[in-house]
Design a binder for this molecule. Structure first.
Ligand SMILES: [Zn+2]
Ligand SMILES: [Zn+2]
Ligand SMILES: [Zn+2]
Length: 161
């Protein structure tokens, strides 16, 4: 992974490629780790990847039911936990919603650029930021092991309007 790696969420792109790549990577990662990517879990991942706008559990639940899957809340939350555990999705705390991981299977800390207008999210994985936080925390004798940063602002398209 390069130093700074914003994903293409804010750029014009064919999103079908994002979905395809996400499903392919998920299958590979689960195979390597012996994780069971059931049809339902895969469908949940697909729903999270529907766009670059994070989706809430409730929307996923409704959609699963419409698709004829088991839409019971515990089942949906278990599927989301599975996907989180394998680094295939992230939870955006401030939106109480989930977004697909742009580079699954790689160790990264989670810095998110969140557009306040269209709510699309791009992942920014900047090692310099991560190190700066770790070093500042160390000055307080604090050992940081988990950092999630949610950065609000406007994406390029929304700035134009
Ligand atoms: Zn996309
Ligand atoms: Zn990620
Ligand atoms: Zn926007």
């Amino acid at each position: 992974m390069t130093d700074t790696y914003p994903d293409q969420a804010f750029a014009k792109h064919d999103h079908r490629h994002c979905i395809k790549a996400a499903l392919r990577e998920a299958a590979r990662i689960c195979r390597e780790r012996n994780g069971r990517l059931t049809e339902q879990r895969q469908r949940v991942l697909e729903l999270v990847w529907k766009s670059h706008k994070p989706v809430g559990a409730y929307v996923i639940l409704e959609q699963l039911r419409a698709d004829g899957f088991n839409g019971a809340p515990p089942t949906v939350y278990r599927a989301l936990d599975f996907l989180l555990e394998h680094g295939l999705i992230h939870r955006i705390e401030s939106l109480n919603a989930y977004t697909g991981c742009a580079h699954p299977g790689e160790q990264h800390s989670g810095q998110f650029l969140i557009c306040s207008h269209c709510q699309r999210v791009a992942e920014l994985d900047d090692l310099k930021v991560k190190k700066a936080i770790r070093n500042s925390a160390a000055l307080h004798g604090f050992k940081a092991d988990h950092q999630v940063i949610e950065i609000r602002g406007l994406c390029p398209q929304c700035q134009d309007h």
